[in-house]
Design a protein around this ligand. Structure first.
Ligand code: SR1
Ligand code: MG
Length: 397
């Protein structure tokens, strides 16, 4: 069967053909994707089985830009690796269809997108534990710490993803500082402030350039590549990381940095323009604890699991694991800074900031993020603790 673009009219027939559990009965379907790159459908029957189908088209959905459909294969291979090294924290993969560039995976209905939940002031007691399990499992399992050197190189090659990495290089590490094509979307009342504090700051541009170089060259471990709160489904009892389409072998600190930045957006919103249902002080305290816990639990788990998975005798040298962790944390702080800056001034802003209705609240929330971003990026080699992240958020007055 050769490739065709799935629609709500054809996806049920496709699923019935591919999955035995779906052969009997009438199924409903809905296109649920709201991203730019792919088509995502849910197919289900009341009291019966359900599945998510994600298909890559020749053109991106919204911007109609041509991207290689091979990205679907890369994403399916990443999901396979995630199920091997972080089972339970990612959707199960049912199949990948190379002809159709389509993936079938577990339906996570019942979960909520974490960004939305945080904007409503919800808290998730399992989150820090689950997400650090995911990150540490993936980083150690797919790096030269836990994987045979030849297998790792073959996997690096198979996951090379120039198009999606190109988006990150442009959107995170270039455009926010240079605004070359005028694609930045700076909140008008902050234009002058951003000009003075970002565009005219040559030192931060230099640090961002160094972080960009690390992103482009450190093929250390398989990353999710876009681990923001919109890529995480949550309930009180469960955390599921999805949408690894930006994944590739990159610097080990990347996912941790992006994640912390996105928890910080929730903090900036809660502090300046809270719209949640729970008491604000309680929610802010939970966010601060969670940011600290994510960093500190990550460090503890990384060091304790390192000893369990390391095979290379040189990597067992005394002091190597803490050194590697130190490098990783510096990269993480740099990425956190870059993410804080780009989601505030760049073209792909976050709802946490961009939907703040009160002008003064949004002005302050955005300045908090850019100021914290600059601090963490500049002092990334000293930003080793969870408290450093919380303190960075409190710098702008
Ligand atoms: C064109 S895609 C824009 C952004 O959304 C994704 O989630 C990535 O973060 C990307 O940078
Ligand atoms: Mg996405």
């Amino acid at each position: 069967m050769s490739y065709y673009l799935l629609t709500e009219e054809t996806v049920v027939e496709y699923v019935k053909r591919k999955l035995p559990a779906f052969t009997q009965g009438e199924f409903c379907c809905k296109e649920i994707g709201d991203g730019n790159l792919n088509y995502v459908f849910r197919v289900w029957r009341e009291e019966g089985p359900s599945v998510i189908i994600k298909q890559a088209g020749d053109l991106s959905r919204l911007s109609k830009v041509a991207y290689s459909k091979d990205r679907a294969r890369i994403e399916a291979e990443i999901l396979t690796a995630q199920n091997a090294f972080a089972a339970g924290v990612v959707p199960e993969l049912y199949f990948y269809d190379p002809e159709m560039n389509a993936t079938a995976m577990e339906d996570l209905t019942g979960h909520t997108i974490m960004r939305k939940a945080l904007m409503e002031g919800e808290t998730f007691p399992r989150f820090a534990d689950d997400i650090t399990e995911f990150m540490v499992g993936m980083l150690l399992g797919t790096s030269d710490v836990g994987m045979n050197h030849a297998e790792k190189k073959a996997r690096v090659k198979a996951a090379v993803n120039p198009e999606l990495c190109g988006i990150t290089e442009r959107l995170i590490f270039t455009e926010p500082y240079l605004n070359l094509e005028g694609k930045n979307k700076v909140f008008e009342p902050n234009l002058e402030w951003v000009k003075k504090n970002l565009y005219e700051d040559e030192r931060i541009r230099l640090e961002a350039a160094k972080c960009k170089m690390a992103f482009m060259n450190k093929a250390e471990a398989l990353l999710h590549g876009d681990l923001h709160t919109g890529s995480i489904f949550v309930t009180e009892e469960s955390t599921k990381v999805f949408d690894p389409e930006f994944g590739f072998y990159g610097p080990m600190g990347f996912d941790l940095g992006m994640l912390t930045a996105n928890l910080m957006f929730a903090w900036a919103r809660a502090t300046c323009a809270y719209t949640g249902k729970s008491p604000r002080a309680q929610f802010v305290a939970w966010l601060e604890e969670t940011i600290v816990e994510v960093v500190e639990l990550f460090k503890r788990k990384f060091l304790s699991s390192f000893g369990e998975v390391v095979a290379d005798p040189m990597l067992k040298s005394r002091g190597f694991a803490p050194w590697l962790l130190g490098e990783l944390l510096a990269d993480a702080a740099g990425v956190c800074g870059a993410e804080l800056i780009r989601r505030t001034v760049g073209m792909a802003g976050v709802a946490d900031l961009r939907t703040i209705e009160d002008e003064a609240g949004r002005v302050t929330a955005e300045r908090i993020c850019v100021t914290a971003g600059k601090q963490l990026m500049t002092y990334r080699f000293q930003s080793m603790s969870g408290d450093d992240y919380v303190e960075a958020m409190k710098l702008y007055r």
